[in-house]
Design a protein around this ligand. Structure first.
Ligand code: PEP
Ligand code: MG
Length: 588
């Protein structure tokens, strides 16, 4: 927190959704049920107490359903509320609460509170950030049930009748779904990280958001004037005249620039010395394809298929997978779609509960390791991909390859899947490019061996940085060390690109590093080809490519490789390309 003038205070948080807004604060005071009393239930009343709990769950479900039906389309796609409906049925929450009422003969409110406290402390001990954040889902749904038990009316953000910036400890997906885009200019919260729901939803709705501010609700009063810069993660409370003028100007420039670069994004993307590049989009769900096309994406460079396996009991069927792959492929055709096979565990656990707990999930039975242990699950997906491939330009990408054996074994299973489809008389295409994700240091070291079996590499910097620098990608305590420009990372990328060139295969990047336009010259200079990123980042990266020459970028690489620190490389990039980046010049 920084005091800039008498009244002006600057808070720094996490940049969860880009853009700038200026407006008045609206404090969302969560009208939950604060005091919960415990009382005993007579044996003869237990049944009716359980019934009272079940009725409250039904009403909570009905409320959620109504919210889902009335929520903006983009949010429905985030599927968060559907998850909440599922959670209401979850054994952990629903079953255990009923059990507690029956066994301990206590009122439903107390039983629910006890169960939620137990779940919260179990989750809080976990080191995994993704799972930790799922605690907030449980808290949100239990709040909803609690309010129904106590008959408290739910506050409705949809009733806000002026243009405001929401300020909250945390905002539940159900609250956020009532956001009226005409009214809500931005969102800031005390809690939350980059992968928290507020961020996910704000990005989907394209409103600026800063999360993880810790003290926002304590420092800000209703109606206080605020500036929210979601690109840099800055919030300014009661800005001075000068600051206000500066940000008004920045906002206009940001919006004008976004509009222009999005329009240009459909044009062919070539460097000034004539080298063409493809800039593609990363998606998690089929519905996100539209955003990729709207932002001018040249295809899907990473389809993270695991999301279809999450938040559901059991595994999706072959036909279910086929239908969703086909939906994506047909919309994107004739542009390519890179389907990454199941990358579960690590930070993305399945709801099926079939996995034993792992002490180090990031180093555990994740991604291709899991698939090779569960050939039944893998086969279903491979068959669906081979069948979907007849509908367009499909490529397969294997996540977390760390040994030569894994790529060979995948090829064998692909052949087996094709044979099975042949026998079943179903249409399929076997001759599709097979790529290996390069995101584990061992894969970099044996890139030459992998290149003998793979048709392309796709560098996943999110994990490569995590594994190479020994930094948990979701741990904010070491977030300052999570540095794509670290010389160790740059050498690994360069080595991978050199091997690909020598072996005559393509090398792409689909990790977050690809989305920062400041890094684009560096990546092109090192020999990267297709780049893939979150859809909103596509226009700015395309513009950067159109503004630079490949030969200059290649020359710069010599200087970069001589750098000893990330900071030195950052300075080289800022010096050479900073003027072209403008709003994106946030040191990452
Ligand atoms: C990566 O690791 O860089 C990547 C693209 O995969 P994910 O973020 O899904 O692990
Ligand atoms: Mg990865």
């Amino acid at each position: 927190m920084k005091k800039t003038t008498d009244s002006e205070i600057t808070l720094k948080g996490i940049n969860a959704s880009p853009g700038i807004c200026i407006g008045r604060a609206y404090l969302v005071d969560r009208e939950g049920v604060e005091v919960i009393n415990k009382y005993c239930i007579l044996e003869k009343h237990i049944k009716s107490e359980v019934k009272r709990f079940k009725t409250a769950v039904q009403s909570a479900k009905a409320e959620l359903r109504a919210v889902i039906e009335n929520s903006p389309e983009a949010l429905q796609k985030a599927q968060i509320l559907e998850t909440h409906v599922l959670l209401l049925n979850d054994k952990l929450l629903y079953g255990r609460t009923i059990e507690t009422i029956e066994k301990e003969r206590v009122n439903a409110e107390w039983a629910l509170k006890t169960v939620v406290t137990g779940i919260k402390s179990a989750f809080e001990e976990m080191t995994d950030v993704y799972l930790k954040e799922r605690v907030s889902d449980i808290v949100h749904v239990s709040d909803l049930v609690m309010r129904n038990l106590a008959g408290v009316e739910v506050k409705n953000l949809g009733q806000i009748d002026k243009r405001v910036i929401l300020v909250a400890r945390d905002i539940s997906p159900a609250d956020t779904s009532q956001i009226n885009l005409e009214r809500i200019q931005g969102v800031i919260t005390d809690l939350g990280g980059k992968t928290s729901h507020t961020g996910i939803i704000a990005r989907a709705l394209e409103i600026p958001a800063v999360v993880g501010l810790e003290v926002a609700t304590r420092r800000i009063n209703n109606d206080t004037l605020l500036i929210v810069d979601g690109t840099t993660g800055t919030v300014i409370i009661e800005p001075s005249e000068n600051t206000l003028a500066e940000y008004e100007d920045r906002k206009v420039r940001y919006e004008r620039r976004q509009a222009v670069i999005t329009r240009e994004s459909r044009l062919e993307t070539k460097t000034t010395d004539g080298h063409p590049y493809r800039v593609m989009g990363n998606i998690e769900l089929p519905e996100e394809v539209v955003a990729v096309i709207n932002y001018g994406g040249d295809g899907i460079g990473l389809y993270r298929t695991e999301f279809q396996y999450m938040n559901r009991p059991g595994f999706p069927s072959e036909n279910e997978l086929l239908e969703s792959y086909k939906d994506v492929i047909e919309v994107v055709a004739p542009r390519p779609v890179v389907i990454r096979t199941l990358d579960i565990n690590g930070d993305k656990a399945l709801a099926t509960g079939t996995m034993p707990a792992e002490a180090n999930p990031a180093l555990g039975l994740r991604a291709i390791r899991y698939c090779l242990k569960r050939p039944d699950v893998f086969r279903t997906q491979l068959r669906a991909i081979l069948r979907a491939a007849v509908h367009g330009d499909v490529r397969i990408l294997i996540p977390m390859v760390s040994t030569y054996f894994e790529i060979c074994e995948t090829k064998r299973l692909l052949d087996e899947a094709a044979e099975g489809l042949e026998k079943d008389g179903l249409p399929y295409k076997r001759e599709i490019p097979l790529g290996a994700m390069i995101e584990v240091p061992s894969a970099v070291a044996i890139a030459d061996l992998i290149a003998e079996e793979a048709d392309f590499f796709s560098i996943g910097t999110n994990d490569l940085i995590q594994y190479a620098l020994a930094i948990d990608r979701g741990n904010w305590l070491v977030a300052h060390l999570y540095q794509p420009l670290d010389p160790a990372i740059l050498r690994m990328i360069k080595h991978t690109a050199d091997v690909a060139r020598d072996k005559g295969i393509k090398v792409h990047m689909c990790g977050e590093m690809a989305h920062s336009p400041l890094y684009t010259p560096l990546l092109l200079g090192m020999g990267l080809e297709d780049l893939s990123m979150n859809p909103q980042a596509i226009p700015a990266v395309k513009r950067m490519i159109r503004s630079i020459s490949l030969s200059d970028a290649r020359t710069m690489i010599q200087d970069v490789l001589a750098c000893k620190t990330a900071r030195q490389t950052f300075e080289i990039l800022r010096e050479a390309y900073g003027d072209l980046v403008e709003n994106h010049l946030v040191e990452e």
